[in-house]
Design a protein around this ligand. Structure first.
Ligand code: SF4
Length: 211
């Protein structure tokens, strides 16, 4: 497998935000979102075996692990890697962009899945069949760029009954949409979703890698 970076940090997003977490960022992504902040993960990285990845992560002595990217599911070995962590009693989060099938992902994993909004430029790439595989502990995340995106996300949440399926998070596109705008819209609409801030960027800044 090609791995861009492995590092320990504070989990900045999802309902696990604030917890120490080891991140495995896989190389490669099949999408090109307009606001992408991890373009370096498109191609940078080193080949590592499953054993090498597992040993590197284990050396941090943190039980929460997130496999992210790029898009991890573009690499076949990731499904076995996920099972390896779960079989060894890690809590495993899989962050995925919503365009690749999650059908075969081990059901013990927590899936944090994007639904790409129109302003990402990638909403047509979503695999909507994924919605039927979501579990109550999984999380769906919308990165919202503007009011139009917000209204699109609100309609999507209602049309697909997301609030009855899983946890739902709305995240303001960092440096583009002020968090206070999105928080006001959520409150005004009484939308029972979680405002998701990328807190690692507030702690470490937006350009630092490996945090
Ligand atoms: S899915 Fe993620 S890594 Fe891929 S282009 Fe979009 S934001 Fe970047």
């Amino acid at each position: 497998m090609k791995v861009c970076e492995i590092f320990v940090s504070i989990q900045g997003e999802s309902t696990y935000a604030g917890l120490p977490c080891v991140f495995v960022r896989m190389t490669g992504c099949n999408l090109r979102c307009a606001y992408c902040d991890t373009t370096y993960a498109y191609s940078e990285g080193l080949e590592m075996s499953e054993d090498e990845i597992f040993e590197s992560v284990s050396s941090y002595r943190v039980r929460l692990v997130e496999i992210t990217g790029g898009e991890p599911l573009t690499q076949k070995g990731v499904l076995m890697l996920i099972e390896r962590f779960l079989n060894n009693r890690f809590v495993l989060l899989l962050e995925t962009n919503g365009s690749m099938s999650i059908k075969d992902v081990d059901k013990r994993a927590v899936i944090i899945m994007d639904v790409k909004t129109p302003r990402s430029g990638m909403s047509a790439e979503m695999d909507l069949l994924n919605l039927k595989y979501l579990k109550a502990d999984d999380e769906v995340k919308f990165v919202v760029v503007d009011r139009e995106d917000f209204e699109w996300a609100r309609s999507f949440i209602v049309d697909y009954g997301l609030l009855d399926k899983c946890k739902v998070l709305l995240s303001p596109a960092y440096g583009i949409l002020p968090p206070e705008d999105l928080s006001k819209w959520i409150i005004d609409e009484r939308l029972p979703v979680r405002l998701n801030l990328q807190i690692q960027k507030y702690i470490y800044g937006s350009n630092r890698r490996g945090v």
